[in-house]
Design a protein around this ligand. Structure first.
Ligand code: KG4
Ligand code: ZN
Length: 355
């Protein structure tokens, strides 16, 4: 094949119904139907509602994504196999199998976290300057820092496809902690963007909250202690005394403790593993305080940082699945028996997903 492969990717692991078409690492379309409004009244993702919404929207999302090309031009179909909500993953897998069989295309199973990990390698129609333009080269070992609503992970990238998880959360993910603390403060869902905006006008030194895992040598994360500390602190202050400035100060103090703990682990991982580059992914990277501190650490250690070129690539989307699928396509890692491909809700990046 003279040109790079064209891949249709489908992602339904959580609460976004998504499909994308990529040409190599270049994004031709990236369609996301967000279910946030459906889950908002419940303050979190309700799996049965997610499944139904995926079923209702998957066809229109895929049909919109395919528009820049046509079915025959596609070289492969890719789909998120896990990790994620089992009944949500199922919807995307079923659709991908149908398309692969109907148009006789190979199928590629992708790990959702590999999508987040490689999301910064996606290109738009121009070369993304942060990716070094046409001469961009990923250097190994690289270090992935993935911070999302479902996961918080530090990953050593020995090569693309060869990963070692250096640390992960022992309880809540960072995004989940943002969402839960927002709930305690009576703010909306998802809480991350709301807290980060409020924090801009707040004083982070106002409340003394513990920085999680500050003394631990491990590279794991834990946010439940911080969450409980927030709960107790809030119990001391009656609702009528919580004015706008109070909420801003509390948001800033919480955000600061959480960011410090992530940055601390990042520093430790850089000191231990000497990566050439840091790859960032996941919705919480939208948090400017976090991103600024990560960049500062990277400068200090003279490591380059790769961030996806658009915010849309940080939260769940199918274009990042397409980028991961592109490398699998090059390695010819296709699903051998389409009928056997099943959802893998607890898939880990260290597992070799080649079925
Ligand atoms: O990556 P993502 O779509 O979720 C998973 O794949 O799990 O990220 C969603 C998470 C939510 O928890 C949301 O609150 C958080 O990312 N988030 C933020 C910000 N924007 C989104 N957290 C903190 N600051 C933000 N600006
Ligand atoms: Zn995700």
């Amino acid at each position: 094949m003279k040109r790079e492969p064209i891949i249709l990717s489908i992602e339904t692991s959580c609460d976004e119904t998504a499909a994308a078409v990529t040409l190599g690492r270049q994004i031709l379309s990236n369609v996301v139907w967000s279910q946030i409004a459906i889950h908002r009244p419940w303050g979190g993702v309700v799996p049965s509602l997610a499944k139904r919404a995926h079923q209702e929207h998957i066809d229109e999302v895929v049909n919109t994504a395919i528009k820049p090309v046509n079915w025959q031009k596609i070289d492969a179909v890719a789909v998120t196999a896990g990790p994620g909500l089992a009944i949500a993953l199922e919807v995307g897998i079923k659709k991908a199998k149908e398309i692969a069989e109907k148009y006789k295309k190979p199928l590629i199973a992708v790990d959702h976290m590999e999508g987040h990990l490689l999301s910064s390698l996606a290109k738009n129609f121009k070369f993304h300057p942060a990716n070094g333009g046409a001469n961009f080269k990923l250097e190994f070992p690289a270090l992935g820092l993935l911070v999302s609503g479902g996961h918080t992970e530090l990953v050593l990238v020995k090569e693309i496809g060869q990963y070692q998880i250096l640390g992960q959360t022992l309880d809540d993910a960072a995004g989940e902690a943002f969402d839960k603390v927002a709930k305690m403060l009576g703010l909306g869902y998802p809480g991350g963007p709301i807290i980060s905006q409020l924090a801009e006008g707040g004083d982070e030194a106002k409340f003394d909250l513990p920085v999680p895992m500050v003394r631990s040598q491990s590279l794991n994360f834990s946010f439940s202690g911080l969450k409980t500390a927030c709960l107790y602190k809030l119990k001391e202050i009656p609702h009528k005394r919580r004015d706008e400035q109070f909420i801003k100060d509390f948001a800033a103090s919480f955000q600061s403790a959480l960011v410090q703990s992530i940055v601390l682990k990042l520093k430790k991982a850089i000191e231990r593993y000497h990566p050439q580059q840091v790859l960032l992914g996941g919705g919480v990277i939208n948090n400017l305080a976090l991103l600024q501190q990560i960049k500062q650490v990277a400068r200090q250690y003279q490591v380059s940082v790769l961030v996806p070129y658009s915010k849309k690539l940080l939260t769940d989307n199918a274009a990042m699945i397409g980028v991961a699928a592109y490398y699998k396509f090059k390695r010819k890692e296709f699903v051998k028996n389409i009928n056997k491909l099943d959802r893998k809700p607890n898939l880990s990046l260290e597992e070799y997903l080649f079925l």
